[in-house]
Design a protein around this ligand. Structure first.
Ligand code: ADP
Ligand code: MG
Length: 575
């Protein structure tokens, strides 16, 4: 391994040459305080930036082992260090040092959630930061002196400030880690208490705007208040007693007038599958990890999904046990979204009337009398929601301000009134008795079977021309070869690096031959998850062992959602 003086020489020897000369600096360099790995060198100043890693051995970095002694703590600490590196970059990096991306130094960003990511790795041996850098040039001419400032001044400052435990606020790091541990603790205790979600007293649920994930501030914010009858508490290991509202398993309605905070509550529950940073307001909003937001998504493609629990007798005798379409309607798309979530063994469905197809949700007694059951392909969700719980143990939380018919099938009814929840289960049940509902149940004997589907390998092609092309284009879109996967209805994604990881998870499943004309979608994704658990998230990268690229861990539901939305997908149905 060359030392830093030798690296400096190498850098200076290419000064003024064409940009391609930078390819010579790929390699490993011992800077004393850290090791610099230059894993990938960009082709020109405008191209995707170069990728480097900065590694500090633990005998110098000295992070206390208790802060990464198990998986949950490790992920939380890696998140903390990532944020710290980002702050140090802001403080010390000038940024613009020539043409295009010249001078850039960057680490994958962190939002309100604490995600498993590839930006930092910490273990007993070392701590390592994975950065993007723009190697500086004027036009296409190497600017060695500018590069020297980046590598010999800016980067060492970042390393000292963020990767040496002696220089960080260990108490703050520990607080961060212990908060995440407690969130995980509550999540792991939900099912033994018969709960699917928990909203801590005083939580701040509303966000600053429709495009911001930051908490709403100001004197109009109403902190969450626990209805006494739904109060539950947890004795957390680090933050003492935390109490709030527990949402029991079964069927739960969120009702209330328009603009009273129903959707805001549901959205917080959707995001409760993630852990949140201190000050987010949703630190104590905790949902079981197998919760899936379901919505209508007209226009989506559906490939051989058994939507027969919800849809039958389509016009022209189109079957629904193995239903395909290039252009689903609101109701068929919502049915497919539910069945696909069930294929992946979802345990909680989250639905909002705002984003549901009305004819999928309800069919009242008058309509039953006008349109005969034989002429209506849709069995509405109201007739299936209990069977889903009774036959498969799948709970549902749904926002319905518009239909009291649902009182008949609910276990729990929560009313939002000026952003304050009330348990109105008793009142709703009394009303259901007083105003007898003459609507007929249309759900049949049971929910119906869930059919596994096996994707065919030939329907996946990550190549565009001769090159592999996999690219997240924004949070909700993946370029996969010649296809574009539209994830705009997949609402629980929170980070671009998750989207990126989904694309590469599919590619990884192809390379490992998990997509083999034999495994179901569930089995494929399970295999990928097992490998990530064993080898770390780096494993899905084609650059395993080097800077893997920016990845954040997606759930199996979102990986499957992408497979299901690939417009070239072909499957066979498992007998
Ligand atoms: P609904 O679904 O009942 O029609 P929303 O959840 O969309 O209502 O909320 C309506 C508005 O109220 C939104 O702008 C939201 O940000 C705001 N809001 C929601 N909850 C609160 C709260 N606890 N405090 C202050 N404003 C809130
Ligand atoms: Mg709403």
């Amino acid at each position: 391994m060359l030392n830093k003086e030798q690296f400096k020489k190498k850098l200076n020897s290419i000064n003024g040459r064409g940009y391609k000369a930078y390819k010579d600096i790929a390699g490993e360099y011992d800077f004393g305080e850290f090791i610099l790995f230059i894993d990938y060198v960009q082709g020109d100043p405008f191209a995707a930036p170069s990728r480097i890693r900065l590694r500090v051995e633990q005998n110098k970095a000295r992070f206390p082992e208790r802060l990464f002694s198990n998986k949950v703590r490790r992920i939380a600490l890696e998140d903390y260090i990532t944020r710290n590196v980002a702050l140090a970059i802001k403080k010390y990096v000038q940024g613009n040092r020539g043409t295009g991306k010249s001078g850039l130094i960057d680490i994958d960003s962190c939002g309100q959630q604490i995600l498993e990511k590839t930006s930092i790795v910490i273990n007993k041996q070392f701590v390592e930061a994975r950065l993007s850098v723009g190697l500086p040039a004027r036009g296409r001419q190497v600017l060695s002196n500018q590069a020297e400032i980046m590598f010999f001044e800016e980067i060492p400052k970042i390393v000292r400030e963020a990767l040496y435990a002696d220089n960080i606020n260990v108490a703050a790091a520990e607080k961060h880690v212990l908060l995440v541990e407690d969130q995980e603790f509550i999540r792991s205790r939900l099912s033994e208490k018969g709960l699917v979600a928990f909203i801590g007293e005083g939580s701040i649920l509303p966000r600053r705007s429709g495009v911001s994930d930051l908490p709403l501030t100001g004197d109009k914010v109403v902190p969450f208040k626990t209805p006494p009858s739904l109060r539950v508490s947890f004795e957390t290991p680090n933050n003492g007693l935390i109490y709030g509202m527990g949402i029991p398993e079964g069927v739960t309605l969120i009702v209330g007038g328009g603009y009273h905070g129903k959707s805001t509550l549901l959205r917080a529950i959707e995001k409760g599958i993630y852990n949140h940073i201190q000050g987010d307001g949703r630190e104590w909003v905790i949902t079981i990890c197998d919760a899936v937001k379901i919505r209508a998504e007209d226009g989506r493609r559906v490939e051989k999904v058994n939507i027969s629990p919800f849809i039958n007798n389509l016009p022209y005798g189109q079957g629904t046990k193995c239903f395909s379409t290039e252009n689903a309607s609101g109701s068929t798309s919502q049915a497919a979204n539910i069945i696909e979530a069930l294929e992946m063994k979802a345990k909680l469905l989250l639905l909002d009337e705002d984003t549901s197809a009305t004819n999928f949700m309800i069919r009242d007694v008058r309509m039953q009398n006008l349109v005969a059951k034989e002429k209506e392909p849709i069995t509405p969700f109201i007739d299936k929601v209990r069977q889903l719980y009774e036959d498969y143990g799948v709970s549902t939380i749904l926002v319905v301000g518009g239909s009291g018919d649902y009182f008949d099938v609910a276990d729990t009814v929560i009313m939002m009134e000026e952003y304050v929840p009330k348990d109105v289960t008793k009142e709703a049940k009394e009303i259901a008795l007083t105003f007898k509902n003459l609507r007929k149940k249309e759900g049949g004997q049971g929910f119906g079977s869930i059919t596994s589907r096996i994707p065919l390998r030939k329907s996946f092609n990550p190549q565009k021309g001769k090159k592999i092309k996999i690219d997240a284009k924004g949070l909700h879109s993946i370029v996969f070869g010649r296809s574009v996967i539209d994830l705009s209805a997949v609402e629980q994604l929170v980070h671009l690096s998750q989207t990126n990881a989904i694309g590469y998870s599919i590619y990884y499943a192809l390379k490992k031959n998990y997509i083999n004309d034999n495994y179901s979608i569930f089995e494929i994704v399970k295999n990928v998850e097992r490998d990530i658990d064993q080898k770390g998230l780096d494993v899905i990268s084609p650059f395993y062992g080097k800077h893997p690229g920016n990845f954040a861990r997606p759930r199996r539901f979102e990986i499957a959602a992408a497979i299901n939305r690939l417009r070239t997908l072909e499957v066979v149905v498992k007998e």
